[in-house]
Design a binder for this molecule. Structure first.
Ligand code: SF4
Length: 292
């Protein structure tokens, strides 16, 4: 089930918004503060969305106990992916063109199905959440709520609950990435708040599928404690203060720079006066002035 419209319309943070702010607050500001149009749509965005939709489709069928045909799942992916490609403006391609990505996506869907653990029970898939961000005293650290969607919730063979997040990645992750990753903290916090999942007993697992000719699924389990939640909440408070102060800075060593959808606006940033950013597209500049 997609995140409900009313969740999206109300002021909110999502884990990806927070991560974006922490990676490059200027990129965050272009998108969410000044609300300028992105300069292009990276194919990777469309690809990741179609893959997630296909993975959710498989999980829902498993939950309902229905038989799944691998070819049907691959076709489901292709339909969503090609439809999204046709509906996207200024689509930009990296190493992979539309046909190449379609073939790779089909292999990844087949790989996910082949490697689906038979002893794990699907409880639910595509589950939206919306939780208050409150510290250990019960005081809100932000007037925004945290929203998101659990890709998959499962029952493990030992009876424990796990939240699964599917990731597509160019290569396998470094061994310690899952233990530091911000999303696990946000999602386990949400599971605790929204579904009363005990963080000491709940696993978060990244199921990473490589975007390669011969894809592989690697699983990275991790857990969090209440202290991690307090650190995350402190970070959210600091982000909130930075937004109020309009303290937005480029991070030119960011992982996002390579395919940044605001690269042109970023190049102009240091030439602008306070609260007025001049970019090639005047309508975007007007939007930024209006937002200031
Ligand atoms: S190009 Fe890099 S530094 Fe500039 S806004 Fe994009 S991600 Fe940030």
């Amino acid at each position: 089930m997609p995140i409900p419209e009313n969740y999206l319309k109300a002021p909110h943070f999502s884990c990806s918004r927070l991560s974006k702010f922490l990676n490059c607050s200027l990129q965050w500001a272009f998108q969410y503060h000044y609300r300028i149009e992105r300069e292009h749509t990276p194919l990777s965005l469309v690809f990741g969305g179609a893959f997630h939709t296909a993975a959710t489709w498989i999980a829902v069928k498993k939950k309902d106990g229905r038989r799944i045909d691998a070819a049907e799942a691959e076709d489901f992916f292709s339909e969503r992916f090609l439809e999204e490609c046709r509906g996207s403006e200024n689509l930009t391609f990296g190493d992979c063109d539309e046909n190449g990505c379609d073939t790779m996506g089909r292999s990844m869907v087949a790989c996910l199905m082949e490697n689906w653990p038979q002893d794990e029970i699907v409880i639910d898939a595509g589950v939206p959440f919306r939780v208050m961000l409150t510290d250990y005293r019960g005081l809100p650290v932000s007037d925004k709520v945290l929203i998101g969607e659990f890709d998959l919730i499962i029952r493990l063979p030992d009876g424990a609950t796990a939240i699964i997040d599917w990731k597509t990645a160019a290569r396998k992750w470094p061994a310690d990435k899952a233990s530091k990753d911000f999303q696990a903290t946000c999602y386990l916090y949400a599971g605790w708040r929204e579904m009363k999942m005990d963080p000491e007993q709940t696993l978060f697992r990244y199921d990473v599928i490589t975007k390669t000719a011969k894809p592989a699924v690697t699983r990275y389990p991790t857990m969090r404690k209440h202290d991690h939640f307090q650190r995350m909440l402190k970070l959210v408070g600091a982000v909130e203060n930075a937004i109020k102060a309009e303290s937005f800075l480029p991070n030119e060593s960011s992982f996002f720079c390579g395919d940044c959808v605001y690269a042109a606006a970023c190049r102009e940033w240091h030439r602008t006066q306070s609260r007025t950013i001049s970019v090639g597209d005047c309508s975007d500049a007007r939007k930024m002035k209006a937002a200031a």
